[in-house]
Design a protein around this ligand. Structure first.
Ligand code: MIG
Length: 813
């Protein structure tokens, strides 16, 4: 193209859109045409447009589903992700000459007929999401695609673990599970594929879930500044629209649709130490001993692939680990759980007594090539075969492989490499035409299953563990995922790097995971590839306190990365933060229990609670941890000062109890031992004394920190931490509140459910923001003496019995 022609095109902006549109048409897209007939159904309509049929139906109140069958025949309705039953609300259909209107009490779907264009509106008549007028839905061969108008002020969030900024606008993403060692901000694709996003404009949100497990692609304004577009290389054009408008409501409804994260075992919320790899067993003992001697709390040690014989899953290298069973028992006696890696690739090792291969081969569980021959490819064990996890009978074969390890007392399992990763191939995975069998006797090519393969792998592991130990909550860690995988496993962000940009990248990834319905996440603390400078390891151990999974991990050949490594003078700071994690566990477990019921992630972007605060839309550093803590972590070398800002309301400094409001903008240079941490005024925070692991009973009272303010409340959830007893009511739930009146502040505790006996008998309550020494403190009607006032900290401390978890305490000035 000549320079002058480019110049002419840049000067003709409207023509540009036209050119873009023309080029899209030129790619051979067949766009849906005009609506010829409308068939009404109870839940919506089926439209006929040429050879195509388009279904627009309500799945639930405020949730609309669009399905397109280019040739008129819808395939059998099927999803790997959706587990909720559809339950349509009362739907009104108004069919007129130019358009058909389908609505419930929350959404109006206005379908224009010539050509077929879908607009989603709120009940006030505002368009929320609309097809780009010049680009109706389309298909081309196996490919399907939609184009949506992209308002100037709209931002996009979600889409799983793609790195880079929290806001997805102006970038394009491929969703195709990929082993992405040493990924960077722009790496694409990455480990997970969660085709769900939230659009947020001026405080109002909607959600879109494109339920398609083929390779999908989302382009938020890279191709054009006027529209965004998503589509797939195969499978159905099948998406859901969530009306919102609160972002919280959308996350909750999406999680209801694709499944909740079950309440994890309590110990998994403690500190976890890993490396690739701890061996021989003397090294494992040494790690455990060092934690205990230094009194740095620890709940789990991970064994990576070197504990296995020749990297073959479900074996033990007896040269390195002659007393493997005993070691697991010895760790357990010290309150340390063992987590074992067990990758899905099975060593191709016929007739040598390797049970996973021999039994699998006999039962015909391994994936075949398109020509029907066994698919064998290199991974860690050398030539390997791959279980066909899409078959129920194969998942049922996989589960019992865990029997021996479970019998030895191993607590958790780590399914790595399940994108699936394959060595010595440019695609990093298996051929797209490999066959995956399905329960109904049909089969699908790998291209249709790739993105759910890891999900079906951890489904098999999770379900298998449940069968082996029906009353123990399984703990599985996965690297690959599709929407809904949170039902089976926790996850981590894969192979990051021990550099400063990676501590920064970790937060937006985990926030977007939470928005994508996947809250139980962590990153390799300290970084996987390479070795972190001391300050970075310290900062990362500080940040990790506020990550749902708190696990230090590093690659083979890197420097040691345990909390006591590299600069001894920094060890006390690191220890203090790991201790803070344990002190916060009552709050963390309570918030995790909320997550398991509602889907609200522990790590939440500020806009999830405060959607009007545009300031926080593009914030890739600050986040809320549970409902009441605001974390503004230091994620740089701190050469420049940090800017601190606050959401609406009043916030107490966790350390000094100083008060700030949204009007305050601070510039500070937090010392290496300082994490700016704030508590919502109105929060009541349960905390506990330091313990060395969650198996240890804390000594002392429950600590309740009361931060008076509006909407003053808190809660506490406890149970035995590892069984399903809570489903039968064996749990404790206490609700706290506080009310300020003229001359007094009253704090109340009410036991909502007393089905579990907790460890404490007494409460030590700390009330902040008390500006002068009180005249009197009462518990119930009784004036008491067991209290003190800290003038500098403006804090009253009261000791009392926690009888029946039912009391009121008032502070009178
Ligand atoms: O090809 O098991 O992301 O956490 O330590 C590398 C060895 C295989 C990749 C995982 C990493 C793990 C490593 N694995």
């Amino acid at each position: 193209m000549s320079i002058s022609r480019i110049g002419r095109r840049w000067s003709l902006l409207p023509a540009m859109l036209c050119a873009a549109v023309t080029s899209v048409y030129a790619q051979g897209w067949q766009h849906v045409g005009n609506v010829q007939s409308v068939e009404k159904r109870n839940d919506g309509v089926v439209l006929t447009a040429g050879s195509a049929k388009v279904q627009v139906t309500f799945f639930r109140p405020g949730i609309v589903r669009v399905r397109v069958a280019p040739k008129g025949a819808f395939p059998k309705d099927f999803s790997w992700a959706v587990i909720e039953e559809g339950k349509a609300p009362a739907v009104t259909v108004k069919d007129s000459k130019d358009q058909v209107e389908v609505s419930d009490t929350e959404v109006v779907v206005r379908v224009k007929k010539s050509p077929l264009l879908i607009n989603f509106e709120d009940k006030q008549g505002n368009t929320v999401l609309a097809d780009e007028a010049s680009l109706p839905m389309a298909w081309s061969g196996e490919r399907v695609r939609v184009w949506k108008q992209m308002p100037l002020l709209e931002n996009y969030y979600g889409l799983g673990d793609h790195p880079g900024s929290l806001n997805r606008r102006n970038r394009a993403f491929t969703l195709w599970n990929t082993d992405s060692f040493a990924f960077q901000e722009s790496t694409d694709p990455i480990y997970k594929s969660i085709p769900f996003f939230i659009g947020l404009k001026e405080g109002k949100a909607y959600g879109v879930f494109f339920d398609n497990a083929y390779r999908t692609n989302f382009d938020f304004g890279l191709e054009s500044p006027f529209y965004y577009t998503f589509g797939s290389e195969g499978g159905e054009l099948n998406y859901y629209y969530f009306a919102g408008p609160e972002p919280k409501k959308i996350v909750e409804e999406f999680v209801d649709m694709v499944g909740h994260t079950p309440l994890p075992p309590y110990w998994t919320l403690g500190f976890q130490q890993s490396r690739y790899s701890y061996y021989p067993e003397a090294r494992v003992y040494e790690i455990a001993k060092t934690f205990r001697e230094k009194k740095i709390p620890l709940d789990a040690i991970y064994l990576d692939i070197d504990y296995q014989q020749g990297y073959a899953p479900f074996t033990v290298n007896r040269e390195y680990f002659p007393h493997f069973e005993q070691m697991i028992g010895d760790l357990s006696k010290q309150g340390i759980h063992t987590v074992l890696i067990t990758d899905l690739h099975i060593k191709h090792d016929p007739d040598k007594g390797y049970l996973p291969y021999d039994s699998g081969s006999k039962a015909d569980v391994f994936i075949k090539r398109a020509d029907g021959s066994l698919y064998v490819a290199p991974v860690w064990p050398g030539p390997s075969v791959f279980p066909d996890f899409t078959l129920t009978r194969v998942r049922d074969w996989w589960g019992p492989l865990y029997k021996d390890f479970v019998g030895m007392g191993v607590s958790g399992f780590w399914n790595d490499m399940n994108e699936p990763a394959v060595f010595e191939t440019v695609t990093k995975t298996m051929p797209l035409d490999n066959r995956h069998r399905l329960d109904d006797g049909s089969s699908l090519p790998h291209s249709a299953v790739h993105n759910v393969f890891g999900m079906q792998n951890v489904r098999a592991t999770h379900d298998g563990l449940l069968k082996l130990r029906p009353n123990e909550r399984p703990f599985v860690l996965t690297r690959a995922a599709y929407a809904g995988t949170q039902r089976y496993a926790a996850t981590w962000t894969g192979d990051n790097i021990s550099t400063w940009n990676h501590i920064r990248i970790s937060t937006p990834i985990m926030l977007n995971m939470g928005l994508s319905g996947y809250p139980l996440v962590g990153s390799d603390i300290g970084g996987f590839a390479g070795s972190p400078p001391s300050d970075l390891l310290t900062r990362w151990l500080e940040l990790g306190v506020f990550n749902p999974i708190y696990r230090d991990h590093t690659a083979k050949g890197t420097a040691n990365q345990e909390p006591w490594e590299n600069t001894p003078s920094q060890e006390p700071t690191r220890k203090r933060y790991i201790e803070l994690r344990y002190r916060l566990l009552p709050y963390i477990y309570t918030s995790m229990e909320e997550t398991s019921r509602t889907g609200m992630p522990l790590m939440r972007p500020v806009f999830l609670e405060y959607p009007q605060l545009v300031d926080f839309y593009t914030d890739d550093r600050d986040f809320l941890f549970g409902p009441d803590l605001l974390v503004e972590p230091v994620v740089t070398e701190m050469i420049d000062a940090a800017e601190l800002k606050f959401p609406t309301g009043t916030w107490y400094d966790f350390w000094s109890a100083a008060k700030f409001t949204e009007k305050d903008h601070l510039t500070t240079k937090p010392g290496l031992d300082e994490v700016p941490l704030f508590v919502r005024a109105g929060a009541i925070l349960p905390m506990q004394p330091v313990i060395q692991s969650t198996s240890e009973t804390p000594v002392g009272p429950l600590e309740l920190r009361v931060y008076p303010g509006e909407n003053c409340r808190g809660s506490l959830y406890q149970d035995d931490g590892h069984t399903f007893g809570y489903e039968k009511g064996e749990f404790l739930r206490v609700n706290y509140s506080c009310v300020a009146a003229q001359g007094s502040l009253t704090v109340s505790s009410k036991g909502e459910k007393l089905g579990y006996q907790p460890w404490w008998k007494d409460v030590e309550m700390k009330v902040f923001g008390v500006e002068s020494k009180p005249r009197e403190v009462r518990v119930g009607e009784q004036s008491v003496n067991d209290w003190s006032y800290d003038e500098a900290g403006e804090m009253v401390t009261v000791h009392m019995k926690d009888a029946n978890r039912d009391w009121t305490a008032s502070i009178r000035y």
